[in-house]
Design a binder for this molecule. Structure first.
Ligand code: FES
Ligand code: FES
Length: 161
């Protein structure tokens, strides 16, 4: 069976078991290793990608359910998503990254949050991170970085939600 979808803006055709988890297609066949496979059980958020603009866990999403949809990974977001780029720069600036395993998923979850909630406070940022576990527990610096991004978006005139 064949499944065709958009992957970072390009057509991706997959001929194989439709129950193949998206994470395996990305990492093992497309060699997009930015998306991390950590728990593979839906608990950690490290494998988060965007499907139709919504954060989705690639370890739980079978490729067969992606027919006709648009998938963005961290590789695509780094190129095309302004909020993801802002976050990546801020994480580097505040030296938030430790082992780095959680960060691709964090960026994919938080870029949508940043886009849609430009006036969020620190508490709202923490809530937005609930599905993304950092085993190195550098949460406060991650929140600092997101707060910097919100301030930047604010001064650039982001819309209120
Ligand atoms: S690897 Fe998918 S949620 Fe942990
Ligand atoms: S930096 Fe190591 S898991 Fe987050």
């Amino acid at each position: 069976m064949s499944t065709t979808f958009q992957l970072n803006g390009e057509t991706c055709r997959f001929d194989g078991d439709p129950m193949t988890p998206l994470i395996d297609l990305l990492r093992c066949q497309r060699f997009m290793t930015g998306t991390k496979a950590v728990c593979r059980e839906g608990f950690c958020g490290a494998c988060t990608v965007n499907v139709e603009g919504e954060p989705v866990l690639a370890c739980l999403r079978p490729v067969g359910l992606l027919e006709g949809l648009s998938v963005m990974t961290i590789e695509g977001a780094s190129r095309y998503d302004a909020e993801a780029q802002l976050l990546q720069a801020a994480f580097e600036r505040v030296d938030a990254v430790q082992c780095g395993m959680c960060f691709p998923g964090m960026v994919m979850s938080l870029s949508k949050f940043l886009r849609e909630t430009p006036r969020a406070d620190r508490n709202a940022v923490k809530h937005a991170m609930v599905g993304n576990i950092c085993r190195c527990t550098g949460y406060e610096r991650i929140v600092d970085a997101v707060m910097e991004c919100l301030a930047e978006a604010h001064s650039a005139g982001g819309a209120d939600v």
